[in-house]
Design a protein around this ligand. Structure first.
Ligand code: G6P
Length: 437
């Protein structure tokens, strides 16, 4: 029987994104009765947890919903008996992300939060911590769902699929963000937009697009050409040209610009690193501003400045997903799940990002109608092979797998560069990579 009150644990609760999530829980309270919300962080995040937690309590009180917000450093207490566990952690904090963005530049490679050697370094740090959380869940909340937002979300999801025994779904804000932007371009409500979404996290394409039931892919490709109109705050929006998009035959996500125009993106990254700073450094300044606002005892709503972060709408995605699981809605959402034959050119046990039916049992991928053309399939296969090797390297502390992973990555220039990158990443992340000790 359906419970009439829920316990949710948010691991990484001191994140500057938490007010988004709180807003989501408040708005959806009638459909999703979250009674106990545990915001968990580590000692190094205590101050942020207290600031964000106090704002969360003010938001809940102002909205008049009976959500009890608990702040704790005790992860096990938060997980015990939870119905949902969400993870939004950043192992090594933004300082580690800044290193991920800068180290690859030494070797003429792109360093990005989730893409290329930057995302690789983040995966090595993050996967062991997420698997530890899974161990706690296996013991203390075996029926709970893990909804993971932590990047690189596709790699983290795959590690959980292969190395844990819990129910889990990987989430990203790009699908919902794209839907919002397409709706705006077409002048319709987001619910009038249907998309067939294919690929991996941050390496995906919209292969079919209908607006109010009518095919609108070509119209949207034409509108998107050259403009960067469909983008995210954290990826430079050089537009792709019209002919390229038409022959590609699908709408690429913003992160594909790293693959389609690597020289331009690398130049931009190098210039930014010397002038305004990398994205992590820009975000560090933004975070200081956000936390100064969060401290204001008169603030009791999510401040608009939070929209400057790339993760806009992420709470909508998270809360929508919980609602559909809790209420067995059987609607379609785009999430990261086990392939299980949906993309027949990939192994069964890898993660993919596709449309899924969401019900009380979780996410079930739906059949992909469009035959995947070689220009999509080739890139998906090579990046997936890189991801499989990266998960292996992260779990086993296997330097050989790490070097092979980066060597085949399209954004790494050579085996020698891969070797140097792995050496630098391990040396400069020592505190967070015990598996390589
Ligand atoms: C995008 C991605 C997220 C990522 C975020 C970074 O929206 O989909 O996965 O975490 O941007 O934003 P930030 O403001 O931290 O650069």
């Amino acid at each position: 029987m359906k419970k009439d009150s829920l316990k949710v644990a948010v691991i990484g609760g001191g994140s500057s994104y938490t007010p988004e999530l709180i807003e989501g829980f408040i708005q959806r309270y009638p459909a999703l009765p979250v009674r106990d919300l545990y915001l968990v962080d580590i000692e190094a995040g205590r101050e942020k947890l207290e600031i964000v937690g106090a704002l969360a309590k003010r938001m809940v009180e102002k909205a008049g919903v009976p959500i009890r917000v608990h702040l704790t450093l005790d992860r096990r207490e938060a997980i015990r008996g939870a119905d949902f566990v969400t993870t939004q952690i950043r192992v090594g904090l933004l300082a580690a992300r800044a290193r991920d963005e800068r180290i690859p530049l030494r070797y003429g490679c792109i360093g990005q939060e989730t893409t290329g050697a930057g995302g690789f370094a983040k995966a090595l740090r993050t996967i062991p911590v997420i698997l530890d959380i899974c161990r706690d869940m296996e013991e203390l909340a075996p029926d709970a769902f893990l909804l993971n937002f932590t990047n690189p979300a596709g790699l983290v999801t795959e590690a959980v699929i292969k190395h844990a025994n819990i129910r889990s779904i990987g989430l990203c804000n790009l699908p919902i963000g794209t839907r919002m932007q397409v709706a705006q371009m077409a002048g319709v409500h987001p619910s009038d937009v249907e998309m067939e979404w294919v690929g991996l996290n941050h390496l995906n394409w919209v292969t079919q697009l209908r607006v109010q039931g009518e095919d609108a892919l070509d119209v949207i490709l034409d509108k998107a050409a050259g403009t960067g109109a469909l983008g995210v705050k954290n990826v430079p929006d050089f537009g792709l040209d019209h002919d390229f998009l038409r022959t590609l035959g699908a709408l690429p996500c913003s992160y594909l610009r790293y693959y389609y125009m690597p020289d331009q993106m690398l130049n931009e990254a190098q210039e930014a690193a010397q002038t305004k700073g990398t994205r992590a450094e820009v975000v560090q300044a933004l975070e200081r501003e956000l936390f100064a606002l969060y401290k204001d005892p008169n603030l009791a709503v999510k401040p608009p400045q939070l929209a400057e972060r790339g993760g806009a709408y992420y709470s909508l995605a998270a809360v929508h997903l919980m609602d559909s699981i809790y209420n067995n809605r059987k609607d379609i959402q785009t999430v990261n799940v086990r392939n299980g034959g949906v993309l027949s050119f990939l192994p069964d046990d890898v993660s993919i990002e596709v449309n899924c039916v969401i019900d009380a049992q979780g996410a079930h991928p739906v059949h992909v109608e469009t035959p995947i053309p070689p220009q999509l399939r080739g890139l998906i296969q090579v990046v997936k092979a890189y991801e499989e090797l990266t998960v292996e390297a992260a779990v086993k502390g296997d330097v050989g797998a790490a070097v092979q992973a980066l060597t085949i990555h399209p954004l790494v220039t050579s085996a020698q560069a891969a070797r140097s990158l792995v050496a630098d990443i391990i040396a400069e992340n020592r505190a967070y990579l015990p598996q390589f000790a």
